[in-house]
Design a protein around this ligand. Structure first.
Ligand code: DGL
Length: 283
């Protein structure tokens, strides 16, 4: 297949809109790079899916991005990283950068030695997350709370409704009552809830979002592999792609990132989705 002309892009992928928080940090850190972003919104949320499904989608989207000419893949999804990055890394011919909840920085910063973690059920149950806790939690107690319903709300572009705030209060107040002074945002969707979270926790908690650290890690990987783009006079808009109609991707990118760009609807078949109802694969 002929690859598109021009400098090779960075591929960024998430189950849906959450990876936009990572894209924002990548654009700030690496303004000369072009980016293709894929939101697998047709199959979001991943957090309540099984490991095989998540691995199947991550691999298919990674292969699709390689076919589009991507020089590196950022798996901007904690759930996909936790469940499948090792398998996908073995099968793709390009370097991968994943994301994981900021347990290490939280353990380093917490003064009360109690910290909350908000992440998907799938991330919290993964062996990778358990290893992270064992390695870095040290004498810090982590209160792990699945954020049921939060990804679905953000996928609808709801970042502040009364229902969403009530859901968040139910997750955060027990952490505050237990003395937590630090909150790990262990899902890339959650940084978009920072205002709603702040309204509940005030200045009693430090929020840990790893997107800037991921952008720095990406820069190191590009440098190690001699893949940095030449400095450009202009900064390109990302190429936005979605497996659903893309309307919410366009809306969130415009309102929260001030990026007014069209969204292409793309079909990325995979073993597990071929057997699903045709209307859930429509393009
Ligand atoms: N942004 C994804 C993450 O970081 C959300 C996963 C989901 O779709 O449930 O985990």
């Amino acid at each position: 297949m002929a690859l598109p002309a021009g400098p090779a892009p960075i591929g960024v992928f998430d189950s849906g809109l959450g990876g936009l928080s990572v894209l924002r940090a990548v654009r700030a850190q690496l303004p000369g790079e072009t980016i293709i972003y894929v939101a697998d919104s047709l199959y979001a949320p991943y957090g309540e899916r099984d490991e095989d499904f998540i691995g199947d989608r991550t691999l298919a989207i990674g292969q699709w991005l390689v076919a589009q000419g991507a020089k590196v893949l950022v798996v901007a999804c904690n759930t996909a990283t936790a469940q499948s990055i090792a398998m996908v890394r073995e099968r793709l011919p390009i370097p991968l950068v994943g994301v994981e909840p900021g347990i290490k920085p939280a353990a380093a910063q917490s003064k009360t030695r109690v910290a909350g973690v908000l992440a998907t059920q799938s991330t919290l149950r993964s062996a990778r997350f358990q290893t992270l806790l064992e390695r870095y939690a040290a004498d810090c107690r982590f209160l792990c709370q699945p954020g049921h319903g939060l990804v679905q709300a953000i996928e609808r572009c709801d970042i502040g409704s009364a229902e969403l705030r009530a859901l968040l209060r139910g997750y955060l107040e027990p952490m505050l009552d237990a003395g937590a002074d630090t909150l790990v945002l262990g899902c890339t969707h959650y940084p978009f809830l920072d205002t709603a979270i702040r309204d509940i926790v005030g200045d009693r908690m430090t929020l840990i979002d790893t997107s800037v650290a991921i952008a720095r890690q990406l820069e190191r990987v590009l440098e190690q592999n001699a893949l940095r783009a030449e400095p450009a006079a202009t900064v390109d808009l990302p190429r936005f792609c979605s497996t659903s109609d893309g309307a919410h991707l366009q809306q969130l990118a415009a309102t929260l990132l001030q990026l007014d760009a069209p969204v292409e609807r793309v079909v990325i078949p995979s073993r597990r989705t071929l057997s699903l109802a045709p209307d859930s694969q429509a393009a």
